[in-house]
Design a protein. Structure first.
Length: 87
């Protein structure tokens, strides 16, 4: 597996992603430590991780749950002033 630096990825992302799309697997380092591995989407590694239960398909549901927006007539600045004890 070839290694590319974070800086290389940032500066040449299009070329690096094209290499991955064409079948290469690349390790990305940050300060000398491997922090990510870029693999083609249909690679054996993904299949292995899926089979081991280490990855799962994305879902549309938010892991934190959706919250309803609260509408209030109090201006935000006034609410912040009250929280700070300024009013």
């Amino acid at each position: 597996m070839e290694i590319v630096t974070h800086r290389e990825l940032r500066n040449n992302s299009g070329q690096i992603l094209a290499r991955v799309r064409n079948g290469e697997t690349l390790a990305v380092t940050n300060h000398g430590e491997v922090t990510a591995v870029l693999v083609p989407p249909h690679s054996q590694l993904i299949d292995q991780l899926d089979a081991s239960g280490r990855v799962r398909p994305a879902t549309d549901a938010s892991p934190l749950g959706l919250r309803e927006r609260i509408h209030h007539s109090l201006p935000t600045s006034t609410a912040l002033d009250q929280l700070r004890g300024e009013r």
